[in-house]
Design a protein around this ligand. Structure first.
Ligand code: FAD
Length: 404
């Protein structure tokens, strides 16, 4: 594997770093404070649209969409996108500025890959343009949703329409005032074999019967403005042409969607871990307990050294997964994708935890991003598949490989 980035990727890394330093770093505290203020919950920071336009003008737009999507894509491989996502991961809210935020990226990939020309015109185009946002509604409060075959929402054909009934939660992005479309997973055939019971349909957020019940919080953070909603689907009707691909294809689409989504999360987590390392390293020369600066203590150097090793190990593993996805496809790369999903959130948590410890009280305050990083990284040990599920699948595959 060659980790040398292409000229195009290097140029974009420079451009993105420059953009972040010029436009985002100076307003970071202001934006964070805006989003943390409960009075502004579910309100967009007023400067966001202007920044998005600037990013678009600079050619820093939709960078995530892989080359395989042809004209829709800016032409980067997963490998080339990785360092860009890492830069965006350093600021939790920054991906949206470049139209590279979850769950929109996964949803755009689904629509690019599986949408009809009409679905693409109606929903993909405005998403790619950054005019609207989207949500992905799979998880349900009533069933163990880490096993997608448990999903109970029903999607029943009735003439030219589907009627949808169910309750969802952890629908990220659904609180965003700009969220206009949801991809909903439910069952069209409860009697079919387990993996072909599910289907996915496109449901406009303003469809009658779709009720946002409440926003959920993550360790107290509301993750405004996108948020995570609990949603009731009460006899929601959509035309049959809103079905994605075909009845019974929901599970297959979900599998296809999660590969790229998972690697993007991991790339951004590396950015969080890297910035945590930089923050703790800088702090060590500024604080002087017991007569000497922190950087002179052996235990502190060990924390910094271990963090540097673990970040680099994980970064290389993520690049290795990206490279395999580029060369052999998402399916062939599934073991590496499982590995990074198991390793990266835990590695980030360890590094952020060390940084918090080194910063003392400052570490858990909102003056630095560490507490919010911790909350975000912790959720990724269970969101998009809990660690145990990935380990179970990976373990099974590894055993199979060696008993052949
Ligand atoms: C911040 C956040 C954002 C999210 N965004 C979305 C979203 O946009 N859309 C969406 O649909 N969902 C979303 N989710 C939901 C997330 O994907 C689910 O919470 C996750 O899949 C686990 O499902 P569950 O909560 O039902 O846990 P359960 O299925 O009840 O599992 C509970 C626990 O059981 C254990 N477990 C499960 N399987 C095994 C096994 N095989 N072996 C051993 N132990 C096991 C694991 O520890 C697991 O955490 C989000 C969650 C969070 C926290």
């Amino acid at each position: 594997m060659n980790f040398e980035y292409s000229k195009k990727s290097k140029e974009l890394q420079d451009k993105l770093n420059h953009f972040v330093a010029e436009h985002l770093v100076p307003i970071e505290k202001e934006v964070e404070a805006f989003h943390h203020d409960p009075a502004n919950a579910w309100t967009k920071w007023p400067g966001l649209e202007g920044l998005k336009q600037k990013a678009k003008d600079a050619g820093l737009w939709n960078l995530f969409l892989p080359k395989t999507y042809g004209e829709l894509s800016p032409g980067l491989t997963n490998m080339e996108y990785a360092p860009l996502a890492e830069i965006m991961g350093r600021m939790l809210w920054s991906s949206e500025v470049f139209n590279c935020s979850a769950p929109d990226t996964g949803n755009m990939e689904v629509l690019s890959k599986y949408g009809t020309p009409e679905q693409q015109e109606k929903w993909l185009k405005p998403l790619l343009n950054g005019d609207i946002r989207s949500a992905f509604l799979m998880t349900e409060p009533e069933v163990a949703s880490s096993d997608a075959t448990n999903i109970e929402t029903s999607i029943v054909a009735d003439g030219d329409e589907y009627v949808i009934n169910g309750r969802k939660w952890w629908s990220s992005g659904a609180m965003d005032p700009n969220c206009k479309i949801a991809i909903v997973m439910g069952k069209t055939d409860f009697e079919a074999p387990r993996h072909i019971q599910q289907s996915m349909v496109l449901v406009p957020m303003n469809a009658p019967g779709l009720k946002v019940i409440r926003p959920l919080t993550v360790f107290g953070y509301n993750d405004s403005p996108e948020g995570h909603a609990e949603i009731l689907l009460d006899n929601v009707r959509v035309p049959k042409e809103n079905l994605l691909v075909g009845e019974g294809q929901g599970f297959a689409i979900a599998q296809g969607r999660l590969g790229p989504g998972r690697i993007h999360h991991c790339m951004r987590l590396i950015g969080m871990a890297q910035r945590s390392l930089e923050i703790m390293a800088q702090r060590t020369t500024q604080r002087k307990p017991f007569g000497r600066t922190l950087d002179t203590y052996s235990s502190i150097r060990q924390d910094i050294a271990k963090s540097a090793c673990e970040i680099e190990q994980t970064r290389l593993l993520v690049l290795s997964a990206a490279d395999k996805m580029d060369k052999l496809g998402n399916k062939e790369a599934k073991d590496l994708i499982a590995m990074i999903k198991i390793v990266t959130p835990s590695m980030t948590l360890k590094v952020v935890d060390r940084a918090i410890q080194i910063l003392g009280g400052l570490g858990v305050s909102s003056d630095v991003p560490l507490a919010h990083y911790f909350a975000a990284a912790r959720t990724l040990r269970l969101a998009d598949g809990p660690d145990e599920v990935h380990m179970s699948q990976l373990g099974k595959n590894v055993i199979k490989k060696y008993i052949k």
